[in-house]
Design a protein around this ligand. Structure first.
Ligand code: AMP
Ligand code: GLY
Length: 468
């Protein structure tokens, strides 16, 4: 089987590696020359992954039988539609299904239309003049979100990104003045987790739950990023996530897949629910239309060897053999090595020297992201997340310790969050949920108000990229 892989980050490196382990051939269309993908690909080309015509042409030239689209931007640009039109079965929704990620208003409206109780209070001011009145509708803290794709960086949370509601209002107005739509949402209290699933015509197939670390700096300070690292637990739950709450999240994902189908949208790909586990259960923070990065790396590390290519071919063609959806019972920790200043003012150009045999000897795998090759065992950091190290073990903190041990074999100037997957961090999160759920705790904002945003859906086809 020959797969075209669209995208050149560490998530795509993990997808490519899993396909090659399954005996498939991989050809890669990406803007950058990812050193990991270059090594394993049968062919690769420097193509803007959002340029549908160029991607299709490359698929034809390389006789790709299937395709998998990694990042959100090509999905939002209709690259999966173009590949399907060229008769290349593809993992990744068309532009219509990708709106679940590329328009947060579409996502909330879809849930409201289908009575899926999973949203906080949402208000969408239609104009700058309406912002102050919209802000006044929140008795407590709120969140300001641009409607479109922002690479995880456009959301402002009260208490973290701004303190005074007036500052949030100014930010919301500035977004509206730039021409986009804006959502104001009630701030959810709890612990976040990612529940991804393969979705195709014949069903929804969940992956292990994962927790991502969104904030740039240790202690969850600094700005929101695409994710600095992530962990998953042996039993596919999380230390703070009991089975019933994971099931409730999976049920929301199932209902959402059903809602998409009911609206005539054929969705073949990965649907990723970003949830907040609140005192009252899981509430949806957002959907993504693809594997998480880094969360996809956790899931792919756990995938049972052998049949990943058959699984993806099944997703792309609408029929999955459930026996192929199997994940090992191990814990994983991913940590991203990023350029100094990442999240705010990244300083690219630094060289990392990786002693690969020593890193592998620690039981840790290396996945390359925004880096370029710089000689044997060396890579040069770009502005994005550079190198992902993934460790696995029986317990989460052991997997984290493996990654820390592997860091001894990396030289160069980089930043990494050492607090991901430590016993202390895990205990804090368990305690956070325990306190929220304790009898007599401050009443939660639930039962949920499923407020349909009060503005009509945008007529704009492609949402603008606000923050790259
Ligand atoms: P999103 O791009 O929607 O994933 O938002 C980025 C991050 O902002 C999320 O991962 C959360 O940490 C935070 N966030 C978004 N919406 C909310 C909300 N309603 N309440 C609390 N935090 C939120
Ligand atoms: N790690 C968050 C994302 O993939 O969007």
């Amino acid at each position: 089987m020959r797969f075209l892989l669209v995208g050149g980050g560490a998530r795509e490196h993990a997808i490519g590696a899993a396909l090659v382990r399954a005996g498939a051939e991989v050809v890669v269309a990406s803007a950058n020359a990812n050193p990991g993908l270059e090594r394993l690909a049968a062919a690769s080309a420097r193509i803007d992954p959002t340029e549908a015509a160029a991607v299709v042409e490359f698929a034809r030239r390389t006789r790709a039988e299937f395709a998998a689209v990694g990042p959100e931007a090509p999905l939002a640009a209709g690259v999966a539609d173009a590949l399907r039109a060229a008769e290349v079965p593809t993992v990744g929704p068309g532009k219509d299904g990708a709106r679940i990620e590329s328009s947060k208003a579409f996502c909330r409206e879809l849930l409201a239309r289908h009575g899926i109780v999973a949203s906080p209070k949402v208000v969408t001011p239609a104009s700058v003049e309406e912002v102050d009145r919209a802000v006044a509708q929140f008795a407590g803290p709120f969140v300001v979100k641009p409607d479109g794709l922002t690479a995880g960086k456009g959301v402002w949370v009260q208490g973290a990104d701004f303190l005074d509601p007036k500052e949030g209002a100014v930010y919301a107005k500035s977004l509206l003045l730039q021409g986009g739509r804006v959502l104001l949402e009630e701030k959810l209290e709890g612990e976040e987790f990612s529940q991804m699933a393969f979705v195709t015509d014949d069903g929804v197939y969940p992956m292990p739950a994962v927790q991502d670390f969104k904030r740039a700096l240790e202690g969850n300070r600094g700005g929101n990023t695409g994710g600095m690292g992530s962990y998953s637990q042996r039993d596919h739950l999380l230390p703070f996530l009991p089975p019933a709450d994971r099931e409730a999240a999976i049920e929301i994902v199932r209902k959402t897949a059903g809602a998409l189908r009911a609206e005539g949208i054929s969705y073949r790909g990965v649907l990723y629910g970003g949830f907040m586990l609140t005192a009252g259960g899981p509430v949806l923070v957002e959907y993504n239309a693809r594997f998480g990065d880094p969360e996809g790396i956790n899931a792919l590390t756990l995938y049972e060897e052998g049949n990943f290519a058959a699984l993806l071919a099944g997703v792309a063609t609408g029929r999955v053999d459930p026996n192929l959806v199997r994940f090992r019972l191990r814990s994983t920790v991913v940590k991203y090595l990023v350029p100094p200043g990442y999240g705010d003012r990244p300083r690219p150009g630094g060289v990392l020297e990786l002693d690969l045999p020593e890193i592998e000897a620690e039981g840790v795998h290396v996945l390359y992201g925004a880096v370029e090759a710089a000689g044997p065992g060396a890579v040069r950091l770009g502005s994005g997340r550079g190198v992902a190290l993934v460790g696995e073990a029986s317990a989460i903190h052991e997997a984290g310790s493996r990654v820390e041990a592997a860091l001894r074999h990396v030289r160069g100037d980089y930043y990494v969050r050492h607090d991901i997957g430590t016993k202390e961090d895990l205990a804090r999160r368990v305690e956070h949920l325990r306190q929220l759920r304790a009898p007599g705790a401050k009443p939660s904002p639930l039962p949920l108000s499923v407020a349909a945003p009060d503005a009509p859906p945008s007529s704009a086809g492609t949402p603008e990229q606000l923050h790259g």
